[in-house]
Ligand binder design. Sequence first.
Ligand code: HEC
Ligand code: HEC
Length: 515
Amino acid sequence: MKNPKLRTTLALTILALAFVIHALADDRDSFLRDVFERGFRFSSTVEFPGLVSQQHNACDPNCPIPAPDATLGRRNFGFSADQKTIENSLGLFQGQSHSVGAPTIVSNGRTCATCHRPDSVDTKGNVIDEINLGLPHTLPLSNVISLSDPLFTGRVADDNDHPQGFSNLNEHALVAIRPGRMDSLIPLDSPFRQLQVWRRSNRFVNTGLAIGMLHDNRGRDIQETARGAIFTHTQNADVRFDDLLRSPNPKFPMSGPPDFEERPRNIAAFIETVSISHPQLKAFLNPSDPAMNPMCSNAAGAMCKPADCLRVTGSASCDLYTVLVKDPFFTVPVRTEAQTRGRDLFKQQCMGCHNTPNVFSNIEHVPGNPLSFAPRPGHTFDIGVAQRNRFNLDFRTYICPNSVNPCAESQKTLVRVVLPLAKEDGTLVNVPVMVDPGSAGGTGRYEDLYRFKVPQLRRVARTGPYFHDNSADTLEQVLDYLTSDAFSNSADGRKFPIKLNDQQRKDLLEFLRIL
Ligand code: HEC
Ligand code: HEC
């Protein structure tokens, strides 16, 4: 349309028509959702820039980056071959370090598997056998994990013996986390380094298929996050010991330049592959590898058929990746009418945020600040969960004088950290930390207060309790929350109104249970 006048007139007419329809509609929200539904679309590319499987490992003889080894990664993670038994021979980090301020590291006996365990029972107590790798559903934890387990005996590494430390871990499965703890670019007494929050240990379901790691998205990829986890959970001191992360590798003799990334990289490769919930989703790990992303065909056992291609692209020839991107529910077959209605409700009311096709985390990358180099962090949202602080968690940090851990118990004090947060207009706002500040604790941006990553939702019926602070015990409670005033008054909840009558609630639950 070349004529700008005609274009404006047409736009105004459509707008006026929309207002008339709006006025006629009984329900303003359903009107808004209808508009949203018709404007609903996906990006034609879905990319996860932090994937280990896509790192370039085509080695010449002097290749500086050995290919990641997921089997070694599993042992570094702390699992035996069946991935059910904790086996720590290669999972402990200790020894003589040459990093500044860290001459000898003594392990507290913890491995990654201490907090990322396979599930033996589901949320309802039924016996299952799943590699969801989180803390058990059963609370208090001491009913199923012995108090002599390194989870409990090494607790001081996380919370410095915070007065709420034991009860928050035991009763709510929450771990004390200091987001800025190992950031050597900021001084030890900076509030961003002192900040301490309570978070549940993520379950690893489609972990590689998220944009950004950890509940507040401050970790850019699994490898970086693994390195941070090694430093923080295994010692009660704020020192890094990067040189202990190397292990003997034929391509990388110990006499050569150190490969500090080797163990985190192997661990990342293990998490990435073990966490994939449905075999087809492997196509996302490396779309350019035909073994992971086959062409659709009528052969027996094919993961997608030419008919699927025809439906989503209009042509009978395409690859699995294309089908996954164009049909967001390809791997979620609905069987009943209730599930079908639930899926449509999900599309209308949930996919504004949970929009990664077939995974249902959030696909959008945030360009530019705060981490303006690849891989870019993802979108986080304030839906009011932190401000509700259902368990009245105490967000003061239990700190040693001058923040030099460890120190005598009598010297420690509970400190209310005040974060100086920068607003987009350039002003600085001092925010006393009364509840979990979310992404702002990492970025220092006022606008990021109370924002959290949108979690993926596959197998969600089996991954409770829910939210970053385990504050919803069941999916029913999640829906109670999403239809509450706390959600609809929150900064981002307000933009995506959720309304469910009794029937719709039942239908949506039916759908969530088949994810
Ligand atoms: C003391 C318990 C504990 C131990 C031990 C532990 N983690 Fe975690 N893990 C957590 C908690 C709690 C979170 C969430 C932290 C947050 O949101 O700030 C987490 C989150 C993660 C995530 C982010 C997943 C996602 O979906 O965003 C990764 C990756 C991870 N851990 C890897 C590891 C690795 C690798 C190790 C071993 C080196 C390890 N963890 C050891 C408690 C633990
Ligand atoms: C405004 C964006 C937004 C909308 C709309 C939204 N969610 Fe979420 N959802 C989130 C965020 C952010 C979290 C994580 C909150 C936290 O950890 O504190 C979340 C968490 C969840 C969880 C918990 C998952 C877990 O592993 O802890 C479930 C289940 C869920 N949402 C389902 C839904 C359903 C069903 C709908 C539609 C009725 C919906 N969401 C709509 C942003 C949204």
